[in-house]
Design a binder for this molecule. Structure first.
Ligand code: FES
Ligand SMILES: [Fe+2]
Length: 375
């Protein structure tokens, strides 16, 4: 299994600025997306001239990405198309040379998300053409992204661990709602590259008697399906994209209320509603409850990376999803997305841990517009 040889959704298309470079980090690589003349393009966030970050550059009218430092320009394939400080003859030979090319990565737009294949070169391009992005079951389109300072491992484990809900998510559930989760079945082994599906029953009085499945489709997709005793179906789609060892891009299809199309100033109202919803609602309390626990787990694990959690030694049936994911990471996933990269990892500061602006607002077009309006 190769972490690099995969398509990752790095942001909803609605979050990407079409007239500016969009910097982001994927598997520890600093990359930049922009809308070129040939559509969305992705290159390393480093100018081949003197390594200035191209994410601070400009997108020109021709759809090229211009470096802010000395004005070199690049097309969607990463080829240098202009060196302003060279005379015409020198520029022509410079622009054809491999040393002046920005390192480019395959990118495509599918289901309202921008997908990047973080493997450069012809080999990466060749492999990317043979794979499809994770198929989306019922396909929610109004994606919301948060980028919490939490490890990918803690994030995916959390999504495989429904039994924490009645204890942790006070306000949404109550501990007295708890129903012991005793029927949680593991998949057949050995686990394959593509991931696995686990199945379980209810875990609170609100969903007792349901049939649920959780599918981890490597490397980033978790698809949760509930069939409640009433026959009602629920589906949650979550993407967990490893950014750095302590940062994950989380993209979900949990829809916000849609305003009717006839409403005057609809976009403005939608932005204000979104900002209000995201700053006050129970959704954030729910998110914060998870985030505080996961950051604590990350801190404790980072202090002693070899420490085993009791979950692997004295697992209850409710730990099946988590222990299956751990097994997949160890046996298939080479220990995790950053296990062999040696990427320098620093735990988030307290400020980063609590800031909703860092986690969501600064990425979100709606929040940014609403903030500009209020200022
Ligand atoms: S560093 Fe980019 S043009 Fe000089
Ligand atoms: Fe937002």
């Amino acid at each position: 299994f190769s972490w690099e040889a995969n398509w990752y959704p790095v942001m909803p298309v609605s979050y990407a600025d079409p007239v500016r470079p969009n910097g982001f980090t994927l598997l520890g690589k600093h990359l930049v997306l922009w809308k070129s003349a040939d559509g969305w393009a992705c290159v390393e966030d480093a100018c081949p001239h003197r390594l200035a970050p191209l994410s601070t550059g400009r997108v020109t009218e021709e759809g090229t990405l211009m470096c802010r430092f000395h004005g070199w320009r690049f097309d969607g394939a990463g080829n240098c198309v202009e060196v302003p400080n060279a005379d015409a003859g020198a520029a022509a030979s410079l622009c054809g040379a491999p040393e002046t090319c920005a390192t480019s990565y395959p990118v495509q737009e599918v289901s309202g998300l921008l997908w990047v294949w973080p493997e450069a070169g012809l080999e990466g391009l060749g492999r990317s053409l043979l794979e499809e992005p994770a198929a989306l079951g019922s396909g929610a389109q109004d994606w919301v992204m948060t980028v919490p300072p939490v490890s990918y491992e803690s994030m995916v484990e959390n999504s495989m661990d429904p039994s924490h809900a009645p204890h942790l998510h006070e306000g949404t559930f109550a501990a007295s709602d708890m129903v012991p989760l005793t029927d949680y079945s593991a998949p057949a082994e050995p686990l394959g590259d593509e991931g696995f599906t686990v199945a379980h029953g209810g875990y609170t009085t609100k969903n007792d008697g349901m049939k649920a499945t959780r599918t981890f489709r490597s490397p980033s997709f978790v698809d949760v399906n509930y069939e409640l005793p009433s026959g009602k179906q629920q589906n949650f789609q979550l993407f967990f994209v490893p950014s750095t060892p302590f940062e994950t891009r989380v993209i979900t299809g949990l829809g916000l209320p849609q305003l009717p199309a006839w409403l005057p100033k609809r976009e403005l109202l939608a932005d204000l509603l979104h900002a209000f919803f995201f700053s006050r609602s129970a959704l954030w309390r729910f998110n914060d409850q998870d985030r505080l626990v996961m950051q604590g787990q990350d801190r404790n694990q980072a202090a002693d990376p070899d420490r085993r959690q009791a979950a692997w030694d004295v697992a209850t049936p409710s730990d099946t999803g988590v222990s299956t994911f751990r097994k997949w990471l160890a046996e298939v996933g080479g220990g995790g997305p950053f296990a062999s990269s040696g990427a320098a990892a620093s735990l988030p500061t307290t400020q980063e841990e609590v800031s909703r602006w860092n986690v969501h607002g600064k990425h979100c077009p709606s929040c940014k517009r609403a903030l500009a309006l209020l200022e």
